[in-house]
Design a protein around this ligand. Structure first.
Ligand code: HEM
Length: 506
């Protein structure tokens, strides 16, 4: 028999034994979290069939709020209680501020050099500081107010053009996606890629396709991240797909950078009055070209588009779907708007502070349908303890926000949509964590909130809404990183008669 063949046969027969010995020696003297029985080599991967947050919720109900799993060779710990989550983001916050290095991060995050994928260290701190300063600070959010209000008006105008005095069926997903995409894109590169007034329609359509592919690939889990052998043979051609996508994304974001470079040549912008995120990064590049390379800028353009678009638009879509199934809640929201603003002017962002019930609707939507059901994976940079259990350095830590938000021990009647529950309590602590907590929590939460509340308030103020048929809107969750609604939302929409004089002049 061929010697190589013999070698492979004995290697694969020995693997379970090596695995067992490693497991037993590793566990000696340690208090690891409870864990379901596992299978050699694949660990618990065979249990993950269906929506991961749901499977993990089911397992945690048996094995407890701090549970250990093994995805192939990768140890995983799943957190499913507010107190354990609190421990993660207070006592262990620095240790857990690290991210696991996954294959997608090599290509889509330019070797893990984006704010979302970078390990906890100097680069991450610098990027986070730049983004806070240039995009998310109160002053910056104020300076982009016009962009948000213009884009919301453009959505209202677009709905107005497609609706009439009678109820008309409208498709909602692409319109709402266009809204959040345009807002983030204006902040990054002063460009719009959806709706009217676009200079290069073909470029816009190609760019939208590329971003859709990025979402698809980042949403798919790659078995090679868990079983190294599959990575060596590029199982299912995942790495090839990533390489191809990287090339496409790279071309587009490089073009965006070049356009801004050309514009900057003819203007006297300096660091202080940077207009866009790319402007700010190019200013920094001028003083530190080796550090703020084009690759760093391109990766961070992509992460902002990924993290900032489908999350907010998906939440708005869920909120409208929930309102269609709960006309009483919709009616109360409309009354709040009519009482405070009336029908003589359009709602503005400055009004939002006086619309607490609409904010409650957004919170309740985020509770039931958080756009990051498992947050983003964390990885301890050194051994630590959570809930009295040992968690080894290099373990992937998943916080199941979706399950915490639906825990009947924590929430009264947790599966029902009741926005008023957010009226009573002020500080929700670690039982409501749609944006995560601690150092790596979402830096875009303030921006997202403004977009979501203003868009929802404007749509309720200007139109009447009904379901397409008698049946309730289907609320099944689809596949994807941001837990989108499975079936894109359609609704019946009619202009509110007393608002049409305001909308027709937009
Ligand atoms: C409904 C809207 C949104 C939700 C629910 C959401 C949720 C989250 C969550 C759960 C995380 C991970 C937190 C963790 O690691 O524990 C995150 C990270 C992040 N989000 Fe958001 N997000 C939203 C909107 C936005 C927007 C509008 C932007 C920017 C335009 C943004 C930018 C980011 C970035 C850059 C990170 C990575 C932060 C880091 O690793 O340091 N997000 N977001």
């Amino acid at each position: 028999m061929d010697e190589t063949y013999l070698f492979f046969i004995s290697f694969f027969c020995l693997l379970p034994l090596i695995y067992l010995v490693k497991l037993l020696t590793h566990q000696k003297g340690k208090n690891y979290p409870p864990s379901p029985p596992s299978i050699p080599i694949i660990g618990h991967l065979h249990l993950i069939n269906g929506h991961v947050h749901r499977v993990l919720q089911h397992l945690s109900s048996k094995y407890g709020p701090v549970m250990a799993l093994r995805f192939g060779t990768r140890p995983v710990v799943v957190i499913t209680s507010p107190s354990a989550a609190e421990e993660c983001f207070t006592k262990n916050d620095i240790v857990l501020a690290n991210r696991p290095l996954l294959l997608s991060g090599k290509y889509l995050d330019y070797d893990h050099s984006t704010v979302g994928a970078a390990p906890y260290g100097q680069l991450w701190r610098d990027l986070r500081r730049i983004m806070t300063l240039e995009l998310f600070s109160t002053a910056r959010l104020k300076s982009y107010l016009g962009v948000r209000e213009d884009e919301v008006r453009s959505l209202i105008k677009n709905l107005y053009q497609d609706s009439s005095q009678d109820f008309t069926k409208v498709e909602m997903r692409s319109r709402i996606q266009g809204l959040s995409f345009n807002i983030v894109m204006k902040m990054i590169a002063d460009k719009r890629f959806y709706g009217s007034g676009i200079e290069d329609l073909e470029e816009a359509s190609r760019f939208r396709d590329v971003i859709r592919d990025v979402f698809e690939v980042s949403g798919a889990s790659n078995p090679g991240d868990f079983i190294p052998f599959l990575r060596w043979i590029d199982f299912q051609g995942f790495e090839k797909r990533l390489m191809k996508l990287h090339k496409k994304c790279d071309r587009f974001s490089q073009n965006l950078i070049e356009e801004i470079r050309i514009k900057r040549c003819g203007s006297s912008l300096d660091k202080g009055d940077a207009k866009t995120f790319i402007d700010a990064m190019l200013s920094l590049q001028e003083s530190e070209p080796e550090y703020y390379t084009d690759d760093i800028i391109k990766g961070n353009i992509l992460i902002l588009l990924q993290a900032g678009t489908d999350t907010s638009s998906g939440t708005i879509e869920w909120a409208i779907a929930l309102l269609l199934n709960h006309p009483d809640v919709l009616e109360r929201a409309r009354k709040e708007l009519d009482n405070y603003i009336g029908q003589t002017r359009l709602v503005q962002e400055a009004d939002l502070i006086n619309l607490p019930y609409i904010q409650c609707i957004i919170n309740e939507t985020l509770r039931l349908y958080p756009a990051g059901p498992l947050l983003v994976p964390h990885e301890p940079s050194q051994d630590c303890t959570i809930g009295g259990f040992d968690v080894a350095r290099g373990t992937m830590v998943l916080v199941n926000a979706w399950a915490i938000h639906r825990d009947p021990m924590i929430w009264d009647d947790p599966l029902s949509f009741k926005p008023e529950r957010f009226e009573k309590v002020g500080n929700e602590g670690y039982r409501f964590i749609p944006f995560g907590m601690g150092r790596r929590q979402c830096p875009g939460s303030g921006l997202a909130n403004r977009i979501m509340v203003l868009a929802l308030a404007s749509m309720i103020q200007c139109f009447e809404w009904e379901r397409v048929g008698e049946d309730l809107v289907d609320l099944s969750e689809g596949k994807g990183l941001t837990m989108p609604k499975d079936v894109p939302l359609e609704a019946m929409c009619r202009i509110r008669r007393r608002m049409s004089h305001l909308i027709s002049v937009l």
